[in-house]
Every structure is written in structure tokens, then in C-alpha cells.
Design a protein around this ligand. Structure first.
Ligand SMILES: [Ca+2]
Ligand SMILES: [Ca+2]
Ligand SMILES: [Ca+2]
Length: 422
């Protein structure tokens, strides 16, 4: 692919030279009316001039594209730039090659950042993905966020928000006959209304998850793993505050599937309703990335899911990936539910910096942040190397990094990473 692009660039450069020379010949010949011989001499001279210019053009072009692979890589490297708050997104940064430490940490109110960045052993390969991602291959994913409301007008999110184009908003009519009136931006199954938007505290959870995936690469704020170019986020709220109903999740899964979502990110857990949740997932065509859940009490930190089942984390459907949390040192997070029988993979989930309502940004911790990181890397495999999300999921699991210290927490001690094919 890189070679082909470099080749096209070569042809374009030669064409530019030819076009200038052709114009020059026509002008010269039109002005010259002094006889055949002079015309012949002029044509010979001009031909030599044309040939000389062509050779110069060809050689200079060849010199600048001597190695197509190198020149393509140079162009890509040049285009990679980072948004201002990327320095706080330690989980995206390559712990070896690309450490970005705030220039003066003592002036940084989030002083803990320096310690996290300097001690990070995490490399989930996002830079490698971004290099691949810029080769636009026309793929697009719709990712449903089954969560709280989302600040869909956030400066870093607005451009990635899915819209139901068959629905006219605010006219009181179910224009697309899907059973939901005015669901232009999705449907809120918690409040049973089309209000998926909120810029208050109740939208913090969903807005944070959304930004991890799709905050735009726009020179403003943070950077989502996927940016905003080839992804749409379908906002399907299933809770506000602490109240959760498994029936709302089931309805939301059906809605997202009917409206064309490819992947569902579910950063919440239910104590019951496993059978109906599992059935709804099986009946859909989507892939599911779900959080293992958090638990902290006086006696227990993190639940063993073999003893305390949580759903959909413990649903054993084929198309479900359950995600637990690790810190910057690749250690299991004390709050994260665990079990190698149910947790498929681990991802960073402590001090994760992302978008918050009202054009805000901030840190959150929990498996809720780990799940969208895995959703992002799953999508990354799809964009770069797979024809289906199912194939991408196989790549996600087979390329994960095994960590012996996590064997009792997640299946094969896997840590998420995007591994570039060579
Ligand atoms: Ca409708
Ligand atoms: Ca309508
Ligand atoms: Ca941004």
C-alpha cells in the first residue's frame, strides 16, 4: 500500500513537469513565423530543451522518492501531531519511544502525572495504529455507547456523534417508523425519551468513555484512539445516576443492532438478568466489549467473578470481550473484578484522562475506562488488518501481551496492544 502511494506521487510529479513544458512549446511556435528552417532548428532546440527539463524533473523526482517506503514513512511521521492535552494521556504513549513528560511538572496540578509517565510499562501501540490509520481505506464503524448520557456537543466529540438521518428531530413524529419518536441522536432507555444529551455531572461517565474512543485529532483537548474520521458513536443511554435495569440494557442492545451499530461498548455491570442479556447479545449481529466491573468494600477489593457473577461481564457468548483494569505498571487494579474464566483481557484503567461534560477534561479510574480502550484497539485491528470485526477480535486476543503477574486475574494474563504487521 505504501509503495503504491509513493508510485502515484511520482506520476503526479512527472505530470506537473510535462504540463508546464507543453504550454511553453505552443506559445513559442505560435509567435515564430520566420520560415521552415528556423522552425526546424527551433523545434530541435526546443526538443533538446524539453528533454533536458524532463530529465531534470525525472532525476529530481527520483532522488526525492529514492526509497518509496522511506518517503512514505517520512510523510506519515511528519503528519503526526498531538493535541495539547495528549501529554496527560499516558495510556496512549509508548513507554519506551515516545514519553511525553509535562515540561514543568511542578506547575502541573495533576502532579501525579510525572510519576505515572516515568514508571509506565504500558505500550498499547496507538502510535503505530495512527500511522496505519492515515491510509484511509474507506472503512467506517458505528460504535454504540450503552452508558449514561453523553455531552454530544462537546468541542472534542460533536463531529463523531452518530445521527439517525431517517428521523426528523423535534417534530413529535416517528419518521423512520422504528417505534421511537424523534430519536435523531439515539434513544435514552433510562428516561424513555430522545434526550441522550446532557452537559451535567450525570453525563460524566458516558462522555469520558466516548472521548477515549473518538475525541477528535483537531489540535484541541485530548485525542481519542480512533479520532473522529472513520467512526460514529451511537449514544444509547441506559442509566442516569446509580439506577440500572437489565431490561433497559436488553432494549438498548436491540435498538443499537436495529440501527446498524457494529460494536457495543458496555461499561457497566448488572447483578442479575444474565440470561436475557445473553440472549439479546446472541440475537444481534454486533460485537460486545464489556467492563468486568469495580468493587470496593471494607473487606473485599475487586470481586472474583467465579464467586460473584456480574453481567454482561460473565456472559460467555462468543462475541463478548470482558475487560479488567491494570495500572501504569501493568499491575492489576485493586478495584477491578477478576477471573481468568471470565475476563478476556486487561487494559489501563487508572488516571485515564479524557473528555468531561461542558467542554471539560479530567481523570477517571475504573474498568469503565479500560473497556473503551479495548474497543478502540479492536476497531484499530479492523481498520488496518481485518475484513470483519470478528477477525479483528481474533487479532486482538492473539496479539495481546501475556503477563505472568496477571494469570490469576485475566485469561492468559493478556494485556491489550495493537501489534503492527511487518
Ligand atoms: Ca424513530
Ligand atoms: Ca421525528
Ligand atoms: Ca482533540
Amino acid at each position: 500500500m505504501k509503495k503504491e502511494n509513493a508510485g502515484i506521487e511520482n506520476i503526479k510529479a512527472v505530470n506537473r513537469c510535462f504540463s508546464v513544458i507543453e504550454c511553453a512549446i505552443f506559445k513559442k511556435m505560435k509567435e515564430d513565423k520566420k520560415g521552415f528552417l528556423k522552425k526546424v532548428v527551433d523545434i530541435v532546440m526546443l526538443s533538446m530543451f524539453v528533454l533536458g527539463l524532463f530529465l531534470m524533473c525525472f532525476l529530481s523526482n527520483k532522488a526525492s522518492h529514492g526509497n518509496p517506503k522511506e518517503s512514505a514513512e517520512a510523510a506519515i511521521t511528519k503528519e503526526l501531531s498531538y493535541d495539547p492535552l495528549y501529554s496527560k494521556q499516558w495510556y496512549l504513549q509508548d513507554s519506551v519511544k515516545n514519553v511525553v513528560v509535562p515540561s514543568n511538572p511542578t506547575d502541573d496540578p495533576d502532579f501525579i502525572m510525572e510519576d505515572i509517565i516515568l514508571n509506565s510499562t504500558i505500550n498499547i501501540g496507538v502510535d503505530d495504529f495512527w500511522k496505519c490509520y492515515q491510509e484511509d481505506n474507506g472503512k467506517e464503524l458505528v460504535i454504540a455507547i450503552l452508558d449514561s448520557c453523553v455531552d454530544i456537543h462537546h468541542e472534542d466529540l460533536e463531529s463523531a456523534i452518530w445521527k439517525n438521518e431517517a428521523e426528523i428531530p423535534d417534530n413529535g413524529i416517528d419518521d423512520d417508523h422504528n417505534g421511537y419518536i424523534d430519536d435523531f441522536y439515539g434513544w435514552n432507555f433510562f428516561s424513555d425519551s430522545p434526550a441522550v444529551y446532557d452537559d451535567g455531572e450525570e453525563a460524566a461517565h458516558g462522555t469520558h468513555c466516548a472521548g477515549i474512543l473518538a475525541a477528535a485529532h483537531n489540535g484541541v483537548g485530548t485525542m481519542g484512539i480512533l479520532g473522529n474520521t472513520n467512526v460514529k458513536l451511537m449514544v444509547v443511554p441506559i442509566y442516569g445516576g446509580e439506577e440500572l435495569e437489565a431490561d433497559d440494557l436488553v432494549s438498548a442492545i436491540r435498538y443499537a443492532d436495529d440501527m446498524g451499530a457494529d460494536i457495543c461498548n458496555i461499561s457497566c455491570v448488572f447483578q442479575d438478568g444474565g440470561d436475557k442479556i445473553s440472549k439479546a447479545m446472541d440475537q444481534s449481529d454486533m460485537y460486545f466489549v464489556v467492563a468486568s466491573g469495580n468493587f470496593q468494600s471494607q473487606y473485599i477489593n475487586g470481586l472474583n467473578l467465579e464467586e460473584y457473577r456480574r453481567f454482561p461481564a460473565c456472559c460467555k457468548n462468543k462475541r463478548v470481550i470482558t475487560v479488567g483494569s491494570i495500572n501504569e505498571r501493568s499491575e492489576w487494579s485493586h478495584f477491578s473484578n477478576y477471573s481468568p474464566a471470565f475476563v478476556d483481557i486487561a487494559a489501563p484503567g487508572e488516571y485515564i484522562y479524557s473528555t468531561l461534560p461542558g467542554d471539560g477534561y479530567g481523570f477517571e479510574s475504573g474498568t469503565s475506562a479500560s473497556a473503551p480502550i479495548v474497543t478502540g484497539i479492536l476497531s484499530a485491528y479492523y481498520y488496518c488488518y481485518a475484513d470483519t470485526v470478528e477477525e479483528a477480535a481474533e487479532l486482538l486476543l492473539s496479539n495481546a501481551q501475556p503477563n505472568m503477574g496477571l494469570m490469576e486475574k485475566a485469561s492468559q494474563g493478556r494485556i491489550v496492544r495493537f501489534l503492527q504487521k511487518h
